[in-house]
Ligand binder design. Structure first.
Ligand code: NI
Length: 384
């Protein structure tokens, strides 16, 4: 264990870069993060950090600070990777074909390890307990819900989390009150027509024509029915119909996503999609099966705690700017439904955005992120 001097982070930075590169080389998909979890556990145990018994299959929750009646707060990172083939050109690129840390979760978890090391050194002086959540399965695998269901956060009064931002200058912190990551809906449509000979369309009911009309019609939800000042997205991202040129298929499948910054708007878009699909189906004398679910609600940063994050960052000499709302989703929002909290960003200077095979999170601001996480933990407890 390197000894960590306040204000001198070079040794911490080197330690964290070393961990970060290992995690980057060994990405694992949602709910399969066994190697990642074991590695995190090893690093924390070596530092004498206690790991809580949560029953989580992957991911873990560690604890620093005294047990008892004091305040309990949480810091959260995510640990899973994406099913992408890396094209970053890094010398520490993914060794797991078809899997890549393309959303910076390797950065988040390495920064959290740094926060754990810093807080462990101050454990005797902490005015309560910090729970460090290494959450599995953020990328669509229900990880936040698993952590909440385990009950480990039941006594937690505040929660803080971070996400890398490619568009932000390196090491710059961005945070704003309210919703900064969108509510995300997923939908699937099955259009049930009647297949047959392509030369006899009158004897068939062609689901491809209906699909084309649906694809066009739903564009008007955003362009003609939503205020230009509102942020809403409807995207159809997956189409399957037919196998060859001379057969009209029986069915067409469409999938897509819609996003907004409030639960009400998300439900309104979902209802409008359903109506458009049903009416076009009826027009073509076909059944349309429409399913949707809300993958996550929007994040909701507590305004008062947001000020606290800005203030804490400034005590560390960090530069802070307001964050730009993103149409990406984050299941950190599920914690914020139950616990006051803030989700903030840190710039990592990537040439490509997240979820791109060329995404690169520069490890240079790792110790900055670790120091801010640790300071948020310590100062939140001091606030009482
Ligand atoms: Ni992410």
């Amino acid at each position: 264990m390197p000894s960590l001097q306040p204000g001198d982070c070079s040794e911490l930075q080197q330690t964290l870069e070393h961990h970060f590169k290992w995690f980057h080389r060994h990405p694992e998909l949602s709910n399969q993060e066994t190697g990642t979890t074991a590695r995190i556990q090893g690093i924390l145990s070596a530092a004498g950090v206690a790991i809580l018994d949560t029953g989580l299959k992957t991911g873990l929750v560690a604890r620093i600070g005294p047990e008892g009646n004091g305040k309990v707060i949480a810091l959260r990172c995510d640990i899973d990777a994406l099913p992408l083939t890396e094209a970053s050109g890094l010398d520490y690129a993914s060794e797991h074909t078809g899997c890549m840390h393309a959303c910076g979760h390797d950065f988040h978890l390495s920064a959290m390890l740094g926060a754990a090391l810093l807080l462990k050194e101050q454990e005797q002086d902490l005015a309560g307990m910090v729970k460090l959540v290494f959450q599995p399965a953020e990328e669509g695998g229900g990880g936040a819900q698993q952590v909440l269901d385990s009950g480990v956060l039941d006594d937690v009064r505040e929660i803080y989390g971070l996400h890398v931002a490619s568009e932000l200058e390196m090491g710059l912190i961005a945070v704003s009150p309210g919703a900064t990551y969108a509510a995300v809906g997923f939908f699937r449509l099955i259009i049930r027509g009647k297949g047959g000979h392509a030369g006899e369309p009158h004897a068939c009911r062609d689901p491809i024509v209906a699909a084309a009309q649906i694809i066009n019609a739903v564009q008007s939800i955003v362009s003609r029915e939503t205020s230009p000042l509102d942020q809403v997205v409807v995207s159809i991202t997956h189409i399957e119909a037919g196998k060859t040129w001379n057969v009209i298929p029986q069915e067409a499948l469409l999938e897509g996503t819609f996003r907004a910054f409030s639960a009400e708007k998300l439900s309104a878009v979902a209802a409008r999609l359903e109506q458009i699909c049903r009416i076009i189906g009826e027009m073509h004398n076909m059944g349309v099966v429409y399913q949707w679910h809300c993958y996550t609600i929007s994040t909701n940063n507590d305004p008062e705690l947001c000020e606290f994050v800005v203030d804490t960052a400034k005590t560390l000499g960090l530069r802070v700017v307001p964050s730009t709302p993103q149409m990406g989703g984050e299941d950190f929002a599920l914690y914020q439904q139950r616990i006051r909290g803030v989700f903030w960003n840190i710039g990592v200077g990537s040439p490509h955005g997240t979820h791109h095979p060329g995404f690169v999170a520069d490890p240079a601001p790792l110790s900055t992120a670790a120091r801010l996480l640790a300071a948020l933990g310590r100062r939140t407890l001091e606030r009482g």
